[in-house]
Design a protein around this ligand. Structure first.
Ligand SMILES: C[S@@+](CC[C@H](N)C(=O)[O-])C[C@H]1O[C@@H](n2cnc3c(N)ncnc32)[C@H](O)[C@@H]1O
Length: 288
């Protein structure tokens, strides 16, 4: 069917709906996600294909045995919590089908042996596809010729999103876990991202000159689950000390204020920025 025919068919459907239901139908058309699959760009398809490749290399919980502290911290959460990686499991349908197969659960048993259940808390160690598009297409300015550093690049979602949705000249990931570095390298090679993406297997606290040259530094809940509080405070101080390029931007999730609020006694924030769940501030004015 061509465009003119399709438009007539849609209008015919709208005219055929009872007057009482027409406004419900229009509301659904304006707000539903059901059309998303028809609006995917080529870049979205590439990013979904990367997520599928990574899903095939990782256990369902997308955490590795080498992540002792992160696993311990998830087990210590006040509410039963599971890690569902939002980059790998971006699509509710995938989660639903895993739940149906008994491979994943949205609920936990509150009284052992009974049928009483309560919803599990989900956390993600990666940005979702939607968050990546928001970051590059709305939150950040044009990155032509700019250098972006993702602190704790994990699966590489920020780097691959930056390759596809921005014109940044270089996208650097710094990741201290070597297994995740290998996974990122595998994707970089397979999708031929080598001209603009580089991953360093390193602790960010050894990367002073990289931070000093960065135009954008991304920090997605990078330390809380992976370092003890003293190490977190030291890492924040190191970044604050070295992120000095004029006009540079720091993106933090959660907000800078929330990220460092748990570290009171370890660091003393001087500049308190307003609290937003998604926070972007000038790197050169970022002081702890
Ligand atoms: C929440 S994940 C961030 C994922 C990714 N940036 C994203 O947004 O999709 C945090 C990652 O930071 C890494 N990490 C934590 N502390 C680090 C440090 N000091 N240096 C380098 N990587 C670190 C962890 O190993 C983990 O893989």
């Amino acid at each position: 069917m061509d465009f003119v025919g399709a438009r007539s068919a849609v209008l015919a459907v709208l005219r055929g709906v009872s007057a009482g239901d027409r406004s419900r139908l229009l509301h659904w058309m304006r707000t539903t996600n059901d059309f998303d699959e028809f609006m995917l760009s080529n870049n979205d398809v590439v990013l979904r294909s990367i997520a599928e490749d990574l899903r095939n290399c990782l256990p369902i919980e997308a955490m590795l045995n080498s992540e002792h502290l992160a696993i311990k911290k998830i087990l210590e959460q006040p509410e039963p919590t599971v890690h569902v990686d939002a980059f790998l499991y971006d699509d509710d349908d995938i989660i639903d089908s895993l739940c149906e197969k008994g491979k994943m659960s949205r609920n936990y048993c509150v009284v052992c042996g009974s049928h009483k259940t309560a919803p599990l808390e989900f956390i993600s160690h990666s940005f979702s596809l939607m968050e990546l598009k928001f970051l590059y297409q709305y939150a950040l300015p044009d990155l032509t010729g700019k250098i972006l550093v993702d602190v704790g690049s994990r699966l590489g979602a920020v780097l691959f999103g930056g390759y596809l949705y921005s014109s940044a000249s270089q996208l650097y990931g710094v990741e201290m876990n070597s297994d995740f570095c290998q996974l990122q390298e595998m994707i970089i090679t397979k999708y031929q991202f080598t001209d603009r993406v580089k991953v360093l297997h390193s602790d960010i606290c050894t990367q002073a000159s990289l931070l000093q040259n960065a135009d954008v530094v991304v920090m997605n809940n990078v330390f809380e689950y992976f370092l003890d509080r003293l190490e977190q405070a030291r890492a924040w101080e190191f970044i604050s000390h070295n992120m000095r390029k004029k006009g540079s931007l720091l993106v933090t999730v959660p907000s800078l204020e929330e990220s460092i609020s748990n570290l009171q006694g370890f660091i003393h924030p001087q500049d308190r920025e307003s609290s937003k769940s998604y926070h972007l501030c000038q790197g050169s004015s970022f002081k702890l």
